[in-house]
Design a protein around this ligand. Structure first.
Ligand SMILES: Cc1cc2nc3c(=O)[nH]c(=O)nc-3n(C[C@H](O)[C@H](O)[C@H](O)COP(=O)(O)O)c2cc1C
Length: 309
């Protein structure tokens, strides 16, 4: 089985990816959070600079609905030596979809078709796509499959939910099966996988996924890795988790200006990572309350000292 790290805006930054790669690893590809500015801002540029991504197989992700924007960002990626870029057709955020980008682009299939025609015709890099299965209605998937099947994509990563479902409810696993049946491009499954357990009954485990999709060989994981960073490698030790956390913290202290920005980043990560600890509710509150990096360090010391991982 091949595993990919999902792009998660604001969280899976190069600072996070480097620390993850150093302490855990076990993933074949790291997808960057989306780049949405034709002229990359400094955060976006820093995120894909080769010197910030050494030793990792990284795929820059692009959020665009105009071919010229996509191609211009892809050119920057090409100038840094990347062989592949990924198109985001999955983002459900209202500000993104209102402008018919991300999953919002799926609502205008004719425009999407013109866009895909042009980027596959003119693009110098290989292109992979990450998509949802539609906007409102399951019926949309058949048409999208037919459309995707026309392009020589490197791979298609499918998050089997509609835009309107956000991240709620169970995934529609049968829509992935439909893609296996009719597309010849490599496919990657994405959605809700949080454990490698194998008996096949429990939703969200690899056993469950394989019992439903026996042919799947590539899985992209997002929140599961944030919640339990060691779940792919089996390293659940507190020491590794602490070293991983500290590396991310020190990285942000270097990169960000001021405590506030660093704390914002770390607190966002903790909304997921808290799942690694037992009975940790009140410790999370203390972390959230920290107003300076020194208060934050005290709160983190106490969770590592007093809660089991
Ligand atoms: C905080 C957050 C930020 C995300 N940012 C992106 C993004 O930049 N690009 C993207 O394609 N998907 C993004 N996603 C979606 C994830 O890549 C992934 O598809 C989703 O979390 C489902 O996978 P999971 O159940 O393994 O987490 C984001 C998800 C979350 C929770």
């Amino acid at each position: 089985m091949k595993y990919y790290l999902a792009p998660m805006e604001g969280i899976t930054t190069y600072n996070f990816r480097r620390a993850y790669h150093k302490y855990y690893g076990g993933v074949e590809k790291y997808f960057t959070p989306f780049i949405g500015n034709r002229k990359l801002n400094s955060r976006e540029r820093n995120d894909i600079l080769p010197e910030h991504n050494e030793g990792m197989n990284v795929v820059p992700q692009i959020l665009a609905n105009r071919p010229e924007d996509f191609l211009s960002i892809a050119d920057v990626a090409a100038s840094y030596g990347y062989p592949t870029v990924n198109l985001n057709l999955g983002c459900p955020s209202g500000t993104v979809t209102a402008r018919k980008r991300g999953a919002g682009f799926l609502s205008v299939p004719e425009e999407l078709e013109r866009f895909l025609d042009e980027i596959f015709d003119k693009g110098r890099l290989r292109i992979s796509v990450k998509t949802r299965i539609g906007v409102e209605d399951m019926e949309e998937w058949g048409r999208l499959l037919e459309l995707f099947g026309r392009y020589p994509m490197e791979e298609l990563i499918i998050h089997p939910r509609l835009l309107r479902e956000g991240y709620g409810g169970r995934v529609h696993i049968e829509t992935f099966e439909a893609a296996v049946g009719c597309l010849r491009i490599p496919l990657c499954y994405n959605g809700d996988i949080i454990s490698l357990d194998g008996d096949g009954t429990e939703y969200g485990t690899m056993g469950w996924l394989i019992s439903r999709l026996p042919d799947v060989d590539t899985v992209m994981v997002g929140r599961g890795i944030l919640q339990r960073p060691g779940f792919l490698t089996g390293d659940h030790s507190a020491d590794t988790l602490r070293a991983f956390h500290d590396e991310i913290l020190e990285g942000y202290i270097q990169i960000m200006s001021g405590d506030t920005n660093t704390l914002y980043k770390m607190k966002e990560l903790w909304t997921f990572m808290i799942q690694s600890f037992e009975n940790s509710e009140r410790y999370l509150k203390k972390i959230r309350k920290a107003g300076s990096v020194s208060e934050y360090r005290i709160a983190v010391d106490s969770i590592f000292r007093e809660c089991n991982v």
